[in-house]
Every structure is written in C-alpha cells, then in structure tokens.
Design a protein around this ligand. Structure first.
Ligand code: ADP
Ligand code: MG
Length: 336
C-alpha cells in the first residue's frame, strides 16, 4: 500500500462527516472552506511525538482520541464551535491494523462533534508523530481570552483536577510511595488512568459561557492549574487568591492519596484539560442560578478570586488563612 492508497483508504472515507461549509475536501492541494460573515475562525495546532508526549505502548485508538481531544480542548477554551481538522501523520511503517484502529477512533470523535477532516500530510519517519490543526467558529469579537480577567472576577474550574497526573504515574509504573491505601481498589486506578488517556474536551461548557456572556476569560488546563492560571494573570496583569479547600478532586483520587497529596495534584498535575475561567462579580448570581438549572455534563467549582497586583502571583489560602505549600520548591508527586 502506497501513500495515496493509504490516504484514500483510511482518511478519505465515508466515515468522515461532510459539513456543508466544506467547499473542497481531501484530494486537492488545499481544502476550501466557507465561513459565515458573522463568525471568526479560531485555529490551533498540537503535536504529539512518540516517547515525548505519549508512551510507545499506547493503543492507536487512545492516541487518536487524545490527539484530537487536546486540540478540541483548545477550541473549547476560546468558546469556539469545532468545525474542521487537518492531520499530519508521521509513521515508521505502514501497519494496516494500526491505521484501521487509529482512523476508526479518529472518525468516532469527529462524527460525535460534527467535525470534518479536510486534509493533511502523510510522511515516513523514525517515530510516530501526530500533528493536528483544528479550526472552530466563533461569533465575531466574542472569544474567551487569557487577557480578559478583571479584578474582582470569580475563578472557576470544570470537572476534577489531578486525575491525569496520577494516571500517568500509574501507567509509567512509578512506585507511588505516598499512596494512602496500598490496597487501593482497581477501579480507582483505572479511573485515573482513563482520565489520562481519554480527557474530555469541555466543548459545551466553552460555548455555554460565550453564548450566555457569563465569561470573557478562559483557558484549558494542560500544564497544571497553577501554571495555567499564571498565564491568565500574566496576560491580564493581576493576582489571584485560591481557596485550597475548594479544589475539586475526584473520589477516585481521594481513594488513592491523602487529602494533602490530592490538593497538590489538583494544583500542579498536568493534562486534565479542564477549563479554568473567570466570571465578573456583576454576573456571579445569574451565573450560579443558571448553572444550577443547566444540563451541562460537568461539575463547575468556584475556587477563588482575581485580585489587584501587577506581577503574576497566586496566593493560596485555606479557610481564609494564607498557607505556603512550598510548591515552587519542586514538589514531586511520586517517588522516582
Ligand atoms: P501535496 O503534495 O499537494 O501536499 P499530498 O500528496 O501530501 O498533497 O496529499 C494529497 C491529499 O491528501 C491532500 O488533499 C492532503 O490534504 C490529503 N492528505 C494527505 N495526508 C492526509 C491525512 N493523513 N489525512 C487526511 N488527508 C490527508
Ligand atoms: Mg503534502
């Protein structure tokens, strides 16, 4: 099987949802897309390299899922509606079983989100490498941006934090010396591993915040809450206070770790792909009322406030008292 047969067979398939705004899809030098005049296009690219961003043992289905999920999560963080993706794939060799699994899982996600694969590039290389460019639609001028936090805003996160980092440690076979419970139930371990392999991009939430004008500022948490919230503070020129006792972590994580470790994982663990966003004080009552009666499929937790200050700084407090968790001194969740 050559490059063109591979593309035709696995990627130019009937499984690919054909959106009406795609004027020309896979098969020419470029794809051509129609964008409604009232909308803007949000574009993001993420690359995953074998050995660096994923373990060589990952299944092709999990890999396809995660490569897409991380890109769709970036669109979600801007409040964009995912529309089109391109796929640049580097493979050591043509393995039909691998390609079948990869493309099946790939189109499963695209079908669910009504996204069309519009093109890509296929190359040979020493390692597997997946680079996806995702594009989404936004009403003009309404994107949720990192530079839009205002003093007094409330800080929220979706879902639970820290699961993915714990799942990765288990996958790496790290000996977790601080495991609370050495007979931790296997379902708890499986849960955090699945959160690492199959993070949920919070697409509906991003659009909900934008459509209802509840938020102007959001990002997705890929490097850990403290690091990513730091990006908002840097771009918006302000400080934040976080209430540690409010950090949402899963029951499963609590089965595996002490409360202290769960909090540290929630603050610093990467790859949860939850949204962190701010809500202006003037909108907070309406927002809380609205989410209580909304059918959003994820929990939403208020974890702090945006405060005044020029440098990017996060003050951690427990029940109103400032605490120092010494997280900057290189907290390591797991034994080497
Ligand atoms: P060119 O040499 O003009 O860049 P290619 O030979 O690389 O074109 O690709 C032929 C067509 O197949 C193009 O339309 C391209 O977008 C598409 N394509 C290549 N690889 C992939 C892929 N992995 N997934 C989807 N479309 C692809
Ligand atoms: Mg090409």
């Amino acid at each position: 099987m050559g490059e063109f047969d591979l593309i035709t067979h696995y990627f130019k398939t009937q499984q690919n949802p054909q959106r009406p705004d795609v004027a020309l899809s896979i098969g020419d030098d470029c794809a051509i897309l129609n964008c409604p005049p009232s909308q803007q296009i949000a574009i993001t690219t993420d690359t995953m390299v074998e050995g660096t961003h994923f373990l060589p043992t990952i299944s092709p289905k999990d890999l396809a899922y995660k490569a897409l999920a991380t890109n769709l999560s970036d669109l979600a963080a801007m409040g964009a509606r995912p529309a089109w993706v391109s796929l640049a794939l580097t493979l050591p060799k043509i393995n039909q079983d691998w390609l079948k699994d990869f493309s099946e899982a790939f189109f499963e996600v695209l079908t669910k989100e009504n996204v069309t694969l519009i093109g890509g590039d296929t190359t040979q290389g020493k390692l597997h490498c997946i680079s996806i460019t995702a594009q989404g639609l936004l009403p003009k001028g309404c994107a949720l941006r990192r530079d839009k936090a205002q003093i007094g805003d409330y800080i929220f996160v979706s879902g639970t934090l820290g699961d993915s980092a714990a799942g990765l440690a288990l996958l790496l076979g790290k000996e977790i010396t601080n495991l609370k419970n050495h007979d931790a139930p296997i379902f708890a371990e499986n849960y955090v591993i699945s959160r690492h392999l199959r993070p949920t991009p919070r697409i509906a939430l991003g659009q909900y915040l934008l459509d209802h004008n509840f938020s102007y500022c959001a990002l997705d948490i890929s490097d850990g809450l403290l690091a990513d919230l730091g990006h908002i503070l840097e771009r918006s020129h302000c400080h934040a206070e976080l209430d540690i006792e409010k950090l949402p972590y899963s029951e499963e994580l609590a089965r595996l770790f002490s409360q202290n470790d769960c909090e540290k994982l929630a603050l610093t663990g990467g790859e949860d792909y939850e949204l962190c966003f701010t809500v202006p004080a003037t909108k907070i009552k309406d927002f809380q009322k609205a989410i209580a009666s909304s059918d959003l499929p994820t929990q939403i937790t208020c974890i702090g406030r945006i405060t005044e200050g020029k440098e990017n700084k996060i003050t951690l407090q427990r029940n109103g008292k400032v605490v120092d968790l010494s997280l900057t001194k290189g907290f390591d969740h797991f034994a080497k």
